[in-house]
Design a protein around this ligand. Structure first.
Ligand code: NAD
Length: 318
């Protein structure tokens, strides 16, 4: 039986529609949330990510600006850029797009962002709040996964969750969020032994490793929910033919474009899993939606605005 496909595009849209209403209420109170995105250098993927984030702001009627220091910037000069944004009252949200050039000390830069404006949730203050399960700004992709699970009616409490990947941005915070929702959580990584056997213990399997189609059907307990966080671009026709053997439409699309986006989960997992997020159209759209949620949350807290008159379902996972 084929897995139920969890539609992240639809859920992302629901969240944005709920936010639109909340932003309207804030604007009526004379408050326009403002986001500043710092894009250092000319990394093409980062340019696309930042463009999409700015577009999302514009679509929702938020104030946004993009700062584009050169790739040669020093740590001190970038700290000065962040310091200036910290001081500006109309900026509620600051994101520094990663990765930063080699000569820049990324940790110092992330530490310099005012925790109240840290909508990526990377500042140690917000990381500490997450660990202690206290209110704070949560990293967008893991928060998006939780939102997707909640809105898809997938039970977390008491279930066995296996997270593959332990990065500070995805794997680790995701594991903590699942733990706070009472899952029994295992974190796997590149040194885990017999990964397929550990993965097969999962009721909820979450892959965030950045390895195209690595999670094959033998990793999956029949009926498990599989969340694919990975985003990998493949360009090799032989790989595409192998991955998309049973998916003529995807193969056709690959041939037309010369590349395709695939997750960490092999398409054949759809034959074993109970529910599955697609790539694209799964977790991806949730990340930007949650950035917008965090921006509104940061605005409300910084400017002493009351809780929304029309609370969204988001409260369920905050
Ligand atoms: P990362 O490279 O920082 O971390 C990868 C993790 O996977 C590491 O902890 C590593 O130990 C683990 N890993 C790598 N190879 C492994 C293996 N063979 N077996 C077991 N574990 C292994 O990556 P990241 O920033 O956490 O991102 C992970 C993936 O998620 C990437 O594909 C990235 O593009 C994607 N991502 C998607 C979104 C989104 O919006 N959907 C957001 C962020 C990241």
């Amino acid at each position: 039986m084929a897995a139920h496909i969890l539609n992240g595009t639809e859920i992302g849209q629901q969240i944005r529609d709920e936010l639109r209403q909340q932003i309207q209420e804030l604007k009526q109170a004379g408050v326009t949330p403002g986001l500043a995105a710092v894009l250092v250098g000319d990394n093409p993927a980062s340019q696309i990510y930042v463009r999409n984030k700015i577009r999302a702001c514009e679509d929702l009627g938020l104030y946004s600006e993009r700062l584009t220091p050169p790739a040669t910037i020093t740590t001190d000069d970038l700290l000065a850029v962040v310091g200036e944004l910290n001081r500006r009252p109309q900026i509620d949200a600051i994101l520094v797009q990663l990765p930063l050039p080699r000569q820049v000390d990324t940790r110092r830069v992330l530490l310099a962002v005012d925790p109240a404006k840290d909508v990526d949730g990377f500042h140690p203050m917000n990381v500490g709040a997450l660990v202690a399960n206290r209110p704070g700004l949560r990293p967008c992709t893991p928060a998006g996964v939780m939102e997707l699970l909640a809105r898809s009616g997938i039970e977390i409490k008491g279930r066995r969750a296996v997270v593959i990947g332990r990065s500070d941005i995805v794997g680790k915070p995701l594991a903590l969020l699942l733990l706070h929702q009472h899952a029994t959580v295992t974190i796997c990584h590149s040194r885990t032994q017999d990964l397929p056997a550990v993965a097969r213990t999962a009721d909820l399997l979450l892959a965030a490793m950045g390895r195209a189609a690595f999670v094959t059907p033998d990793f999956v307990q029949p009926g498990a929910t599989v969340i694919d966080v990975g985003i990998n671009r493949i360009n090799d026709p032989a790989t595409a033919e192998q991955l998309f053997a049973g998916y003529p439409q995807r193969l056709e699309e690959f041939r037309r474009k010369g590349s395709a986006l695939v997750g960490d989960v092999h398409p054949d997992v759809a034959e074993v899993a109970g529910a599955l997020t697609p790539v694209p159209g799964g977790v991806g759209p949730l990340t930007i939606a949650m950035l917008m949620v965090n921006t509104v949350q940061a605005t409300r807290q910084r400017r002493g605005q009351p809780a929304p008159a029309h609370p969204s379902k988001l409260a369920a996972v905050r």
